[in-house]
Design a protein around this ligand. Structure first.
Ligand SMILES: [Zn+2]
Length: 427
């Protein structure tokens, strides 16, 4: 394994020599001579021609709602929903990663057991939902499958995990998740867990980075061909993951710290290292990580009351669940949350391109998980991002990479690595 790891490292270094950093990249020429309509036509043609993947959609949060039907078109403002198949299609998005997310709970036997149950339940819910709509969507577990599904005109659904809490302390479960189609594994969420430290735990560090169990989880992901996701991990955890992983890593939804200093964003040193190891960072469209949000007492107290009434682990009846959605929508309408802009999203991308080059960047909306910026509040509204990138001079080739080719390259690398280990195991 050591030899293979060294080889992967060499290949990553070699590919950087070939692709080079942005210093030697051709200078982009802004398309100032094109009208908005012309740019939109160009954007739509590009989306129609290439695989377009959003790597972080929390749609299972909404799938759980009674009566929600992903084959119907909803809206953020009326239904507090940001992802469904009709909007994906309209918005020129082929699909992406539906996330198996479990919020961080207590690190106790009971807490872990509940997290494991919840995780598998969500993975099954995603699979069942896609199976029920097999005429319009299909599960993808490799880049080849994604490209093939795209050819049929169906939406592409990958599975990813957000929060290693979903395996408790049982590494064997990674194989079970792999078999359910999971192709990325986010080590932490907003608090520390058994595997490593989070970037936002108010209590600070627990392990000083990745724990021994976390290290073993990375090796198991490498062995299986699951991409390791550093989003939400503390900087030290991220560095430990980069050091430990035999394959390139991803940040499924993260922005640039140089653009806005939030602990969820990645500093230039981390960005450089991710690129040096041939990984990708998928720009996260989460407004509060891109701008100073002024405290709004009324909104905060309305939201905490809502959380108190409808979250906190209690099972909701169908009526309660529907009422919770109505109240959530009412709060959003009464106290709209402050939103960042499409332009700020592309500012982060510009900076990351400067640091990493165009081969290491992708896009994620974080929809149904708090994501969205003014003018791009759901999966049907991704075109403004492409239009802004075109306006600033990005090429079709760049956009093809950002919208899918880069992250698919990382998935291929992870799967090839796993395949390369198989003969060793048969000894
Ligand atoms: Zn997240």
């Amino acid at each position: 394994m050591t030899r293979l790891r060294a080889l992967t490292g060499c290949l990553a270094a070699a590919s950087l020599l070939v692709s080079g950093y942005a210093e030697d990249a051709p200078k982009r020429i802004p398309r100032t001579d094109m009208s908005d309509t012309e740019l939109e036509v160009m954007a739509r043609e590009i989306h129609a021609a290439h695989l377009t993947i959003d790597t972080h959609m929390d749609v299972p949060m909404v799938l759980k709602r009674p009566g929600f039907d992903i084959s119907k078109e909803y809206s953020w403002y009326e239904n507090a929903s940001q992802v469904d198949f009709p909007r994906m299609k309209k918005g020129g998005i082929d699909g992406g990663f539906f996330v198996v997310y479990v919020g961080q709970g207590p690190l106790t036997h009971e807490g872990r057991a509940q997290a494991i149950d919840a995780g598998f339940e969500i993975a099954d819910l995603i699979r069942k939902t896609v199976e029920e709509h097999s005429d319009i969507a299909a599960i993808a577990t490799s880049s080849d499958e994604a490209y093939a599904i795209r050819e049929t005109g169906k939406r592409v659904v990958f599975l990813g995990i957000e929060n290693g809490y979903t395996i408790g302390r049982n590494l064997d479960l990674l194989k079970d998740y792999y078999e359910k189609g999971v192709r990325y594994f986010g080590v932490t969420h907003s608090k520390n867990n058994d595997l490593g430290d989070s970037s936002t735990d108010p209590k600070g560090n627990m392990h000083m980075g990745l724990s021994d169990l976390g290290l073993a989880a990375i090796e198991e992901c490498n062995r299986l061909g699951i991409m390791v996701d550093i989003s939400h991990s503390s900087d030290k955890t991220a560095w430990d993951i980069l050091e430990a992983s035999a394959t390139p890593v991803i940040a499924s939804h993260s922005g640039s710290y140089a653009n806005y200093p939030h602990p969820r964003n990645l500093n230039d040193a981390l960005l450089k290292e991710i690129a040096a190891r041939d990984g990708v960072v998928q720009m996260n469209m989460f407004s509060a990580y891109m701008m100073e949000v002024q405290p709004n007492e009324e909104r905060s107290s309305a939201m905490s009351l809502w959380f108190k009434n409808y979250r906190g682990g209690k099972e909701l009846s169908e009526a309660e669940s529907l009422k919770s959605v109505d109240e959530y929508v009412a709060i959003q309408q009464k106290y709209p949350k402050p939103l960042s802009t499409v332009s700020a999203v592309v500012d982060h991308i510009d900076h990351m391109v400067e640091i990493m080059g165009v081969d290491h960047i992708g896009i994620s909306g974080d929809f149904d998980g708090g994501g969205g910026v003014d003018g791009s509040m759901d999966i049907g509204q991704m075109m403004p991002i492409t239009i802004e990138m075109l306006r600033r001079g990005y090429t079709e080739e760049d956009l093809k990479k950002f919208w899918g080719a880069n992250v698919m390259r990382v998935l291929d690398a992870c799967q090839s690595y796993a395949e390369s280990l198989v003969p060793e195991e048969e000894d």
